[in-house]
Design a protein around this ligand. Structure first.
Ligand code: G4P
Length: 526
């Protein structure tokens, strides 16, 4: 195997997604502990943007340096090089959370055993489904009272719209939680509540081994055997190809806080999770093994220092080897660029890196050259796709409050949109600008940053909208007729595409039935 092929086969680039509080931070930290990237529990936790900071943007601003550092966490585990991409699961949930999912090869979903599938997980899973991203599910907090595991499996299937296959199985739950039977490897892991130490394992021959009865008691051993029989009867055997094509999600149970079930998850993960896969460009599929370097920008992070409007562009390497100081083509502008100080993200440190491989992320200091979705190559005209915009959920008119600063405001809005902070639509009826976000905090962020980085002032005015839908039709006349009829609600997105702003679910439904020739899309990628 060539050096490039070996390096690719070692890489596992993934994101952990969950609803706030399900345990993503705790799990991330435990994975870093196993990888030796950190040495004490609490190191990641203490970096977390505090939940109390919801309305305190200043506080978040202070912590932005930290969130750059934790945006990508790389570490070695055995022969593997693991890159975890952080997807903010908290109040700072934004457009770029979705976009991060375009840069990963697989995903681990954390679900709280008491709460089951929650809203944010559902939304992020939609993106995974669109892209057939392989997912593994970790059901967390088994040390607490929670729901019946069979119920949870049903809910995972119906809410996440994916088939599931348990690869471990809990013995009781909450105060009576005794451990997990490892279906994947065969073996019984006994639960010892301990935040630092790793699981105690009982070696067994098979499920009928009397050692299980000794370890957990007769009644629980019988229940475990019954449960497993049911599982084998109901769920088809685990198939790796089905997992890799996003059809079935293996499920593990455990307690991240107690480092329980985490190693089993990680060991299975590195074995089955995909190494970097081919990436679809508009022109063709690009294999990671191709010699020529290519990559795309999936995230842009503004710097902390408002006086220097410098950013870090996060580039996912799709093929070939990235070299520091080599000349690469910025396909959108056609310019050749050279990067003298790209950074790698190992553990939580940022270091200058000389070369990086497919699956890796490099951070490139940027002064406004990059936009989300930009492609870099050795010269080929490639455009990586797969960075959809979703219909925002909250909309507001943005109004300039300082007429002397119109230029600054426009420039600020442009650049923040390039960074992917939110989406801009221009209403074709009244020419007003509408900003759409997925969370309330984004409005505060935008207002604050416009003022501090661009010296522009804005205020928000309410607009009542339900969804923004991209519309198209094969029948140009039908499209025109629709646009005329709905002219007050027509807008253009930044790429000049037609967007219908529906003010209620009912209106949208009516429009869909009244205009059968029009196709309504809820993401910009269709
Ligand atoms: P998030 O990143 O998904 O938002 O979740 P995070 O890891 O911060 O976990 C949310 C809360 O759940 C934390 O408690 C964490 O300690 C707790 N937790 C995580 N895993 C487990 C588990 O396996 N069992 C139990 N019982 N709790 C778990 P907190 O009180 O919000 O924070 P802290 O005060 O403990 O730091």
């Amino acid at each position: 195997m060539s050096n490039l092929t070996t390096e690719i086969s070692k890489r596992r680039t993934f994101a952990i997604i969950s609803h706030p509080d399900a345990g993503k931070t705790t799990l991330t930290e435990k994975l870093l502990l196993f990888g030796g990237a950190i040495h004490v529990a609490g190191a990641v936790k203490s970096n977390k943007i505090k939940k109390t900071a919801t309305s305190d943007w200043m506080e978040i601003e202070k912590q932005r340096g930290i969130s750059v550092a934790t945006s990508v966490m790389g570490f070695n585990y055995g022969d593997y090089k693991i890159n975890i991409l952080d997807t903010p699961g908290h109040q700072d949930f934004a457009e770029d959370t979705y976009r991060t999912l375009t840069a990963v090869d697989s995903v681990i979903i954390v679900v709280d055993v008491a709460k089951g599938v929650e809203q944010q997980t559902r939304k992020l899973m939609e993106v995974c489904r669109m892209r057939n991203t392989p997912v593994i599910i970790f059901v967390n907090k088994l040390d607490r009272e929670g729901r019946d595991p069979f119920d949870i499996l049903d809910e995972l299937e119906s809410e996440l719209k994916i088939s599931v296959r348990p690869l471990s199985w809990p013995i009781n739950i909450g105060a009576r939680f005794k451990g997990v039977y490892n279906i994947y490897e065969g073996g019984l892991d006994l639960f010892t509540p301990d935040k630092q130490k790793v699981t105690e394992r009982v070696e067994i021959n098979d499920i009928n081994d009397p050692a299980i009865d000794v370890a957990v008691g007769d009644a629980d051993a019988t229940k475990l055997r019954d449960d497993l029989e049911l599982i084998e009867g109901v769920y088809p055997e685990f198939s790796e190809p089905d997992y890799l094509s996003g059809k079935v999600a293996p499920v593990f149970f455990g307690s991240a806080l107690n480092t329980f079930g985490v190693k089993e998850l990680l060991d299975c993960f590195v074995r089955i999770a995909p190494s970097p896969r081919p990436t679809k460009a508009e022109e063709r599929m690009v294999n990671p093994e191709e010699e020529a370097f290519s990559g795309f920008v999936f995230k842009i992070h503004a710097n902390m220092d408002p006086n220097h409007r410098s950013c870090i562009a996060f580039v996912k390497i799709c093929s070939g080897i990235f070299h520091r100081n080599a000349n690469y083509k910025h396909v959108r502008s056609g310019k050749m660029l050279k990067f003298s100080s790209p950074t790698a993200f190992m553990a939580q440190k940022k270091d200058i890196v000389d070369e990086a491989y497919p699956g890796d992320i490099v951070g490139i200091p940027d002064n406004g050259t990059f936009k989300i979705g930009d492609t870099l190559t050795e010269g080929e005209e490639l455009h990586y796709r797969g960075l959809p915009s979703f219909s925002p959920e909250m909309f507001k008119y943005i109004e300039n409050t300082d007429p002397m600063k119109t230029k600054q405001l426009n420039k600020g809005v442009e650049q923040l949109m390039d960074e992917g902070v939110a989406q801009l639509f221009v209403n074709q009826f009244n020419g007003r600008k509408i900003i759409g976000t997925v969370g309330q905090l984004q409005f505060e962020v935008i207002q604050y940053r416009l003022l501090h980085e661009y010296g522009a002032q804005c205020r928000w005015e309410p607009i009542h909208l339900y969804k923004a839908c991209w519309i198209e039709s094969d029948d140009a006349e039908a499209l025109e007729a629709f646009k005329r009829r709905k002219h007050q609600f027509m807008a253009l997105d930044r790429d000049g595409r037609d967007v219908f702003l529906a003010d209620s679910g009912y209106v949208l439904q009516m429009a869909q039935s009244d205009f059968p020739k029009i196709r309504f899309h809820f993401t910009s990628e269709f």
